[in-house]
Every structure is written in C-alpha cells, then in structure tokens.
Design a protein around this ligand. Structure first.
Ligand code: SGN
Ligand code: CA
Length: 543
C-alpha cells in the first residue's frame, strides 16, 4: 500500500517517541524496596570463579549471577584485608575514618552502619556466617556469626538468641542451612529484607568437605606464569613480603603434612604456628570425620614421603602450588553448592524477581601469582575482588562493567536502592546508575591504603591511586618507595615504571590526583603517623 510520505514520517516519529518512552520507563520504574541478598565469601579470588576465568575451577552457581546479571571486572577494595574490608562495607567509610585499619584494632560499634539504617527503615535484617569482629552486630533482627576467623568443621557460633553454641558439621554447609532456615521460617512476608550470607571459606587453612576433597586432591592445575617471580622489576615491599608458597606456607597447617611426618622427614616448620594450625583445624574433626579425612589424605602423604628426599626446590614449589590449589579450590566447591541452593530457593519461592543478589569477597587473593598466597597488596590479585550482581528487570543479563567500583560503595548503593538517603559523611558512591547502564559521571580513580605492618606476612604500609590505566603506590614507614604500573601494557605488574622518563608526565598527574583523593577522603600524613603511633602504644612496634 502506498501511504503519502507524511504518514511515513509520522509513523517514524511515533516509533521514536515510543522507544524513548520505553527507555525512560526502564530507568524510572525501579522496583520499590527490593530485598537484598548480600553473599560474601572470605579470600575468594576472582581467578577462582569461572565467570571470570575458567582455568582453575567451574563455579556454575556463582556464574548464574553473572549470566543473569552484571559482572564487574574492575571492582576493588580500599584496604585488602578481612576485618577492615568488612568495616568499610558496613560504614561506607575508608579505614582511616572508621578506625578499623587492620585485623587487630577494635571496631568502634558506635558508628552508624547501613544495616542499622535499613532496619530503622522497615527492612528485616539478618546475618549468618563470618563477620570477623565483635559479638553483637548492630542493626540485625537475627544473627549467627562465627567468633573471629571461625573454623571449617564443628564450629562455634555467637547467636542473637542462644548465646554461644557449637554445631557439629561442615561450616559452609551450616551457614547455608541457617540462611535457608531463616528464609523459610523467619522471613516476614510484609517487609523487605537484607540478608547477609557470609562464608568463611575459602580462607586459610582450606579444609574442603570430603564430597569435594576426594576429587580435588587428585587434580592438577595450570601454574601461573609468575610462579617463580624474583620481584626484580619491583620494590623492596614485594621482595620482603612473607607470602611465598615455598618458604612461608605452613607444611602442616596449610599443606596438610602431619606434624609427625614433618619430623620424620626433617622438615622445619615455616612459622611457629605451623603445627598448631594443623591441630587447630584437622585436630577438630570428630573421630568419624577424621577417619574420612585420613582415607582421602593418606595416599597423598605416603606419596610425598616417598618423593620428598629427591625433590628439588623447584619441584617442591610446584608440589606446594598443586597442594594449595587442591584444598583452596576444593573448599570453594561447597560455597558454590550453597549459593546454588539459595538461588534455587529464591526461584521456587518467587522471591528472585524482587531480590538483588550480590556475590563478592572481602578481597582478592594470590593463587600462586608472583609465588604468593594471601593478599594485602595494592597489586591486582589482592586489590581487585569479584563482584557479580543480579537484579531482574533492572540489570541486563550478561552485562559487564569495567568501572572502578569499590567495597566502599555498598552502603550507599543499598541505601539508594531502598530509597533511603545516606548519611552525608559516607564516602562511597551509589553504583545503582551503573546497574541501569548509565556509566557517565562515575569516579575514574580509587584510593587505597593498607596498614597492617609489621605483622603476619610482612607487607609494608602503602597507599595509592588506581585508574583503569595506571596504578601509583607509595610504600612508607620503614621505606620511602614509589611504584607505577601501566595496567594496560603490563597485566602481571612485573615492571615498576616509576623512574622511566617516558612516564614522567603520568607520574606528575597521578601524584596530583592522589593528593586530591587524600584530601577528598580526609586522609593525611598526620593520620598515617597517628596510626603508626598507635602501633607503638599497643606494643606492635618498638619506639
Ligand atoms: C591469619 C592467617 C593469615 C591471614 C590472616 C588474616 N594465618 O592470621 O594467613 O593473612 O589470618 O586473614 S593462619 O595461619 O592463622 O591461618 S583475614 O582474611 O582474616 O584478613
Ligand atoms: Ca579475607
């Protein structure tokens, strides 16, 4: 049919209006007061989530959140260590302001946290699993938390209603069960919820459940390119850190060589808590659990006894890497199972539609990169952290965001999605616009500051600035060293180009921006010194 041209134009115009309308509808019509399921594991490296990289492990359930939601590839923390990260998440403030600069300083419980605000605004709140500090988290209608680091088997829990209890079983499964029980038995139909489901795994000492260890103990994993890094391209902090798989990982506590076998082979402990670590973890098993454990671990120990006398340093490093991966990845498998069960429950109960699901870790972790385990550094594996978010109808399935989001942003993001205004002294930025695909006007640089030194693993104090392209860090206290990495050209951060004249302009610009960030976030040389002085007061360092 031949319409006059004016009709075609009119039709085009109407279609255009309709398209614009649909887009604004999607941006405006946010579901009101959605539920928030915040899942966090402890020390879960993004390298060990198949949505990020499938060379080590398949995590099909965690991947569902990425497939049905958004994967953040540049999510990072402000201070790569457990308790400080959690304090940043709860308060929405950097460590130097919330005061929990390291694992040892107390957390000031008079501070306002986002769960308290949500609770005051009609959210039902619950927390299960590892918090790491305190024994009565404020702002929760219900909680069962592990004391301190918690244990892998037969854990104690500090509970809101029944004091301290002990439960027999595998901790990751128990935390999942508590979470599911709360959803089925205690959740109020007429209130939105904030549910914090916090795994202890895969934190050291990496004890998998037997349903996983029986397979993982026989697997062989690809080695990272930098397993034998000599740190030549970096500064003294990398050389002096005590995180090396060969020289600092515990033989008994971590590699699960029983103390008496160490003695038999003449292996010296790598630290004075090496053998204690084994007694504390494997020593906790019930006789039945221990029999299952021995059945699975004995062949590995026998094989090692046979081979050890002829192993070179290089062989030992490779062996320790495999042993580490078998237990570390094996203990992630139960986390993935648990996430699957909880996601299934959300589907079956119809809650999935109106629930934001977040999966993250308190920081990243080294899986043999640069020869290391542990975290702490501003370098990628520890500075970055996994972040996957699903929100049906708001976040497009399978989307990817590369922006510099931080654990500092959770508090304001959750308050924003709940329609509650955040206290003005919170320091993050809501990432809600990023969920909706609006990537403009978001920060392009983040601030980082690590303090716990001298202490276990001996990672020197440092602060720095990170953009999508560069990373500039200043190591201080017992050194005064700067490092610059070109994040696009040097993916493994092997070459400190701080003194390369080609980067002189970049260094100057970044130093200026770093100073601006220090001022913006209210950090300063005076605060740096104050926290050093506090270490002296507490006897952590000698004056
Ligand atoms: C323990 C671990 C360390 C780890 C810290 C902090 N040693 O001290 O390896 O860095 O916790 O971890 S262990 O032999 O006791 O396992 S954090 O995740 O809590 O920050
Ligand atoms: Ca941790």
């Amino acid at each position: 049919m031949n319409y006059p041209k004016i009709f075609n134009k009119l039709l085009l115009f109407l279609l255009l209006i309709l398209a614009i309308q649909c887009k604004t509808d999607k941006q405006n019509a946010l579901p009101e007061r959605p539920n928030i399921l915040f899942i966090m594991s402890d020390d879960h490296a993004y390298q060990a989530i198949s949505a990020y990289s499938d060379h080590l492990i398949q995590t099909p359930n965690i991947d569902r959140i990425a497939d049905e939601g958004m994967k953040f590839t540049n999510a990072c923390v402000t201070n790569s260590i457990c308790a400080p990260s959690r304090a940043v998440i709860l308060t929405g403030k950097h460590s130097h302001l919330n005061g929990k600069i390291d694992n040892r300083f107390p957390f000031d419980t008079n501070q306002i946290t986002f769960p308290q605000i949500l609770q005051n605004n009609g959210y039902q709140t619950a927390m299960f699993g590892k918090l790491h500090f305190g024994n009565s988290p404020k702002g929760f209608d219900q909680f069962k938390i592990l004391p301190g680091q918690g244990t892998y088997y037969n854990p104690d829990f500090i509970t809101k209603n029944d004091g301290r209890i002990n439960i027999e079983g595998y901790t990751s499964d128990l935390i999942t069960d508590m979470t599911l029980d709360w959803l089925t038995e205690e959740r109020q139909e007429d209130e939105p919820f904030l549910l914090m489901y916090l795994h202890k795994a895969p934190h050291r000492e990496w004890l998998p459940h037997k349903r996983h260890s029986k397979d993982y103990i026989n697997k062989t994993f690809p080695e990272p390119e930098t397993l034998f890094d000599d740190y030549e391209g970096r500064g003294s902090a990398a050389r002096e850190a005590e995180m090396n798989l060969l020289t600092h990982m515990n033989w008994a506590g971590d590699s699960k060589i029983p103390p008496e076998v160490m003695d038999e082979l003449g292996i010296s402990p790598t630290a004075n808590w090496d053998k204690i670590g084994y007694k504390r973890s494997v020593g906790r098993l019930t006789p039945g659990q221990r029999a299952d454990w021995d059945k699975i671990y004995s062949p590995m120990i026998e094989e090692f006894k046979k081979n050890y006398p002829n192993m070179s340093k290089e062989d030992l490093m490779k062996w320790r890497y495999q042993r580490y991966m078998q237990d570390y990845l094996g203990s992630i498998a139960a986390v993935d199972d648990g996430v699957g069960e909880v996601l299934d429950y959300l589907d079956e109960s119809g809650l999935a539609e109106n629930t934001i699901v977040v999966y993250t870790s308190d920081q990243g972790f080294y899986l043999g990169e640069h020869g290391w385990f542990d975290k702490r550094f501003i370098y990628n594996e520890s500075f970055k952290t996994p972040l996957l978010v699903r929100w049906p109808g708001v976040i497009d399935p399978g989307s990817v965001n590369t922006q510099m989001v931080q654990n500092l942003d959770f508090a304001q993001t959750f308050l924003d999605v709940a329609g509650v205004s955040a206290p003005t002294d919170m320091q993050g930025e809501s990432i809600l616009p990023l969920f909706q695909g609006d990537t403009k006007n978001f920060r392009d640089a983040v601030y980082y500051h690590y303090y716990e030194y001298p202490a276990v693993h001996m990672v020197k104090r440092h602060y720095g600035i990170v953009t999508e392209d560069y990373k500039l860090a200043h190591f201080y206290y017992d050194v005064d060293e700067w490092e610059l990495y070109d994040r696009k050209k040097d993916l493994n951060e092997m070459n400190n180009v701080y003194n390369d004249p080609a980067y002189a302009d970049i260094v100057a610009q970044l130093k200026e921006s770093l100073q601006e960030l220090r001022v913006k976030y209210k950090d300063s040389p005076e605060l740096d010194q104050m926290y050093i002085d506090k270490y002296k007061e507490m006897g952590y360092i000698k004056s």
